[in-house]
Design a protein around this ligand. Structure first.
Ligand code: ZN
Length: 340
């Protein structure tokens, strides 16, 4: 009861890349970089196991950014000429690559780190990919001229990589779709269908993560503008409940999402955010157990997975390590408090 998992990303060590950045520059290159990425992955596999998490990820140590890491292996994308673009409904400006030709995978994207993860823990493993709608919202289109068409083109490529990750022995493939919270109507009209295309044919567990973003200033300002109740989830959770996706990762602690919205996901596993990524303060096990307790009013115990609100990539390494421990200790306390 109460599996524990991270949403996806963890901070990169200072010897691998710049720290506390969303788009950090690597500090080494070539074969040395490939080795350094795996070394950092091992650091975080060990840290998650030592903390006591039951589901282990690679911490996204091998990709510069959660979206662009995938795109670097896609043909038809011009990375040389990035352009400035408003993303997540113009919440912030990013330098994004351009789609200039039909999309095609050059080969495997995440084979090295997925196999390395599988080889270095006996626990269940989770691997994250960006979702189709979020990719479409993080590239400039100079070719397709149609967001839906381009999303389904990306969904096919994601599906190829997802099936290969399953063959690598990954237990849970998760797609990250923060864009759902910026384009709720689109999520209902085609976002969930594109997600299902990306997950087509998978026999492993499938998941989607939808959040209010990393704990960076643009997101903190945006959240302050959303009012007393954040009801974005309400619009598309019914479509997700009717989909083939098995698990849904949502923000909970310190967010203004009404917890009763989780009831819209009856029958699904819900990854409940019990760790805040927008604050360096370390949660106590009691707080984590309290958050699990409040979610239990709307999610049954066998469907509740304790998780972080979002990725921890831009945080300080020591803070992230302490938050992993708080997550595991809080879930252990909840198992005592709320025995099935
Ligand atoms: Zn997130």
């Amino acid at each position: 009861m109460f599996d524990t998992a991270i949403a996806g990303s963890l901070p990169k060590p200072g010897w691998l890349s710049e720290t506390e950045r969303l788009w950090p520059q690597w500090k080494v290159e070539g074969p040395e970089l490939a080795q350094a990425k795996l070394d950092a992955t091992l650091v975080w596999i060990r840290a998650q196991v030592a903390a006591g998490l039951t589901v282990i990820g690679d911490g996204e140590q091998s990709r510069q950014h959660f979206v662009h890491g995938f795109l670097e292996q896609v043909e038809g994308i011009d990375f040389e000429h990035k352009v400035e673009m408003g993303i997540r409904n113009d919440r912030y400006i990013a330098m994004v690559p351009q789609v200039v030709a039909p999309l095609k995978l050059r080969g495997r994207v995440h084979e090295a780190e997925a196999r390395f993860l599988r080889a270095n823990t006996d626990r269940r493993t989770k691997f994250t990919l960006p979702g189709p709608m979020t990719i479409v919202d993080t590239v400039a289109d100079r070719f397709y001229g149609d967001r839906v068409k381009m999303a389904f083109a990306f969904a096919e490529l994601l599906n190829q990589e997802a099936l290969a990750l399953e063959a690598d022995g990954i237990d849970i493939v998760q797609f990250d779709e923060p864009a759902f919270n910026a384009f709720m109507d689109d999520a209902v009209q085609w976002g969930v269908k594109a997600l299902e295309r990306a997950a087509q044919g998978l026999r492993c567990t499938t998941a989607v993560h939808i959040c209010y973003g990393y704990g960076i200033q643009a997101n903190i300002d945006w959240k302050a503008s959303l009012g007393d109740e954040w009801r974005q989830y309400e619009e598309f959770l019914p479509a997700l409940a009717a989909s083939r996706i098995d698990q849904v990762s949502l923000e909970c602690i310190h967010s203004r999402v009404p917890p009763e919205l989780m009831a819209l996901l009856a029958g699904k596993d819900v990854m409940v955010g019990v760790i805040d990524v927008a604050s360096d303060r370390i949660e106590t096990p009691e707080e984590v157990a309290d958050t699990i307790g409040s979610a239990l009013r709307f999610v049954s115990a066998q469907h509740l997975i304790a998780c972080t609100n979002c990725g921890l990539a831009p945080m300080k390494r020591a803070v992230a390590e302490a938050k992993l421990k708080a997550l595991a200790e809080g879930a252990a306390l909840a198992r005592q408090r709320y025995p099935g």
